[in-house]
Design a protein around this ligand. Structure first.
Ligand SMILES: Cc1cc2nc3c(=O)[nH]c(=O)nc-3n(C[C@H](O)[C@H](O)[C@H](O)COP(=O)(O)OP(=O)(O)OC[C@H]3O[C@@H](n4cnc5c(N)ncnc54)[C@H](O)[C@@H]3O)c2cc1C
Length: 217
């Protein structure tokens, strides 16, 4: 329901259709790509139809001839370290690179409570990006169409000094600032209070608003 994605690829790119059952009536319905209103970490099931449907099956359309998405810096670096070049690139190599990066950076929910990326990467106007870049030359950015630039929220949070921060059992992961973690018995309110502090400080330092990716219940 969240149009999962990573390293420049999203579920919607291979999505064909799904079937779902309406909770209230039990009626079965097919949703096309357009019906799902996919967006960045978004779909109709996270918004207008939240809680109204149970998805029972999804059909994907995969290409028999792979298209490789390697524009993300971390993927390129890891492939290079693995000795993989454009000539011997395979699906398996990319899969191995992604798994390696994620194991090295992301906490395992079985060991430390977390929901993955807590915030979405904000998209800001190109003018604002260019201005920020004059103050922070290492600020990364990815074109997001329509004169918009996507900025890694993890970078902003890290620069605001939160990486590795801990208050009681609520914290910001030491290896990836985009992930809020629960070291044991932090309450939902404590996690939310930390999230608000992080949002405020990023807003104050960069003038950029970051919003949660997680589904808050
Ligand atoms: C370590 C870690 C790394 C992550 N990295 C990424 C990432 O790189 N990119 C990314 O996009 N996400 C990432 N995530 C978030 C991840 O996408 C979500 O946690 C995951 O998609 C939730 O899927 P789930 O099946 O576990 O759903 P659940 O957590 O069980 O449910 C999530 C929501 O979906 C609803 N739901 C579940 N099943 C159905 C259904 N059949 N029909 C309708 N609604 C349903 C639930 O009611 C709930 O509201 C990460 C999470 C973790 C823990």
């Amino acid at each position: 329901m969240q149009n999962i994605g990573a390293y420049g690829v999203e579920l919607e790119q291979v999505f064909e259709s799904l079937t779902a059952v309406q909770v209230g009536t039990g009626e079965k319905r097919t949703f096309t790509h357009a019906d799902c209103a996919f967006g960045y970490r978004e779909s109709v099931f996270k918004r207008d139809l939240k809680g109204q449907y149970i998805i029972t099956s999804v059909t994907f359309r995969l290409d028999k001839h792979p298209t490789f998405h390697t524009r993300y810096g971390a993927i390129q670096e890891t492939l290079a370290n693995m000795g993989v070049s454009e000539d011997n690139l395979t699906i398996k190599a990319i899969s191995d690179a992604v798994i390696h990066i994620r194991r090295s950076k992301l906490p395992d929910p079985a060991q430390i409570g977390n929901a993955g990326s807590f915030f979405k990467n904000p998209e800001i106007p190109k003018d604002q990006f260019d201005l920020l870049k004059t103050h922070y030359p290492t600020l990364p950015g990815y074109p997001a169409g329509d004169e918009q630039v996507k900025v890694p929220a993890g970078w902003l949070i890290e620069q605001a000094g939160w990486k590795g921060y801990r208050s009681g059992d609520a914290g910001v992961h030491a290896k990836q600032a985009l992930v809020l973690v629960n070291y044991g018995s932090a309450t939902g309110d404590e996690i939310m209070a930390l999230a608000k502090q992080v949002q405020q400080s990023v807003q104050e330092k960069f003038g950029v608003s970051i919003s949660p990716e997680v589904n808050i219940v």
